[in-house]
Design a protein around this ligand. Structure first.
Ligand SMILES: NC(=O)c1ccc[n+]([C@@H]2O[C@H](COP(=O)([O-])OP(=O)(O)OC[C@H]3O[C@@H](n4cnc5c(N)ncnc54)[C@H](O)[C@@H]3O)[C@@H](O)[C@H]2O)c1
Length: 436
């Protein structure tokens, strides 16, 4: 007879909650997932997954019998003791994390709750301590999530590490969480709650810092005639540095890095500590997107009336998430300069259209490029590497491309007839010959 597995409760079925629910169901656990949006719950109950996340639909379909979606908190509390909190923690106007949804969840718990609240939402250090102070009977574990959109299912099922933070008195709850994750392999790191909360914020802030660092190196490369790709490769071969997150481009976006970097900076500021490095990381990232405008002007002069095609709108490939996508800033800047903006994304166009009302949406890359004075590659979708660029050059008014992700092959693009501008590359502006 197969062993009966613990029922897992999930609160908030967005990117993190839905992946958490589907993956624990795949591991054989009955899962009750609760969201406040009736429409979302109805759709999920019918197997309709509204987000684009590779492998997720399959997982949900395959495990439909083990997955229950509901809006009813009592159904969740009655059915599951282990409750993963996966609600959103967006930034407030002050740049701090907005904990109102987390607080709303806590307020719905009975005062004598014997549940284990497992915090997956990214929260500032100190959040767990304050929840425990308010609800002394509750067991509390911090278990931050490190999945990446686009590879979320794979990341969840093959974690680099699982962080389980618990304070004195909650050792049993921590052990229960550890045993849920043990079948996945990966190192399980036991810490106190505040350290677990800091690990998540510090990890995202460090990755964002790496991106802003290589982007500044790219900008210097452009001035001195060096190639940032070769520089990054040479740096990355040093095992103390590593190759990941050293690809220069037009900056980071998405639902996590911008808000988490800001939340950590503000968390430090609220304690009286000025986190200078993160202030620079944020500013570099803001300015990096805007450099595209200068690159276009270098070739086209004024952008007034120029038709610019944006290729890719999602904040990164393999997702339709538009939160803090670089394309939003770029489209606004280009329109601000008087350009006419047309855009295409393989999966995010529908979500993007809601945010980019005045941008013309094309149904293919070829359609977007038709008659354009320039193209900007914003998101490195695989299909853009496969495009017939020579044919595209023939359809454009001017075959100029700014490759905002250093994704395309500059030599191939130049041979296809393009004027090519990357980030931190010297393809279109070769080093001047030494004076004789
Ligand atoms: N998206 C990522 O890649 C990622 C990765 C790691 C960590 N995180 C963190 O995980 C958390 C969730 O992120 P997300 O991207 O999944 O958010 P999301 O916005 O996609 O989903 C949040 C869900 O919570 C629901 N919700 C809000 N209040 C609720 C309540 N009281 N009860 C039940 N449901 C409620 C919302 O309706 C929504 O469906 C955030 O703190 C985020 O920083 C996100």
């Amino acid at each position: 007879m197969s062993e009966q597995k613990d029922t897992v409760g999930v609160i908030g079925v967005g990117w993190v909650g839905l992946v958490t629910a589907a993956c624990f169901a795949e591991l054989g656990h009955p899962v009750i997932a609760r969201d406040i949006l009736q429409e979302k719950v109805d759709a999920l109950s019918k197997g309709d997954v509204a987000i684009h996340e590779p492998g997720l639909d399959d997982l949900i379909r395959r495990n439909a019998e083990r997955l229950t979606f509901t809006t009813d908190m009592d159904e969740l509390l009655g059915g599951a003791r282990l409750l993963f909190v996966c609600v959103d923690t967006p930034p407030t106007y002050s740049g701090d994390a907005d904990l109102s949804r987390v607080r709303a969840v806590v307020q719905e718990l009975p005062e004598d709750s014997d549940h284990v609240l497992i915090m997956k939402s990214t929260v500032p250090a100190g959040t767990g301590e304050s929840i425990r102070r308010d609800m002394p009977g509750l067991s509390y574990v911090s278990c931050p999530e490190f999945l990446k959109e686009g590879t979320a299912v794979k990341d969840f099922m093959n974690p680099d590490r699982v962080v389980v933070g618990a304070d004195a008195g909650d050792e049993g709850a921590a052990a229960a969480v550890e045993s849920l994750y043990r079948p996945l392999g990966g190192e399980i790191l036991r810490t106190d709650v505040a350290s677990a909360e800091m690990i998540k914020l510090a990890s995202n802030a460090f990755l964002a810092t790496k991106i802003s660092f290589i982007n500044e190196i790219a900008n210097v490369c452009e001035e001195v005639g060096a190639d940032v790709g070769q520089v990054a490769k040479g740096m990355g071969l040093d095992e103390r540095i590593g190759t990941s997150f050293l690809r220069a481009g037009i900056g980071y976006g998405g639902s996590c890095f911008p808000k988490d970097v800001s939340a950590l900076k503000m968390l430090a500021g609220n304690t009286g500590y000025h986190f200078q490095l993160l202030t620079a990381v944020i500013e570099v990232n803001e300015l990096q997107k805007r450099r595209v405008v200068g690159k276009l002007e270098k070739h086209l002069g004024s952008l007034i009336g120029k038709r610019v095609a944006l290729l890719g709108l999602a904040f990164k490939p393999d997702t339709d998430d538009m939160r803090e996508a670089s394309s939003l800033v770029l489209a606004a800047r280009l329109q601000g300069e008087g350009a006419e903006v047309v855009a295409y994304d393989p999966v995010a166009s529908e979500r993007a259209a809601e945010l980019l009302g005045s941008v013309e949406m094309a149904t293919s890359a070829t359609e977007a490029l038709e008659g354009a004075d320039a193209a900007v590659l914003v998101t490195e979708w695989g299909e853009f590497a496969e495009l017939d660029w020579a044919a595209a050059a023939g359809r454009m008014n001017r075959a100029l491309i700014v490759d905002g992700r250093n994704f395309l092959d500059p030599k191939a693009l130049t041979e296809a007839g393009f004027e090519y501008e990357g980030i931190g590359q010297t393809v279109s502006s070769p080093r001047p010959a030494a004076a004789s």
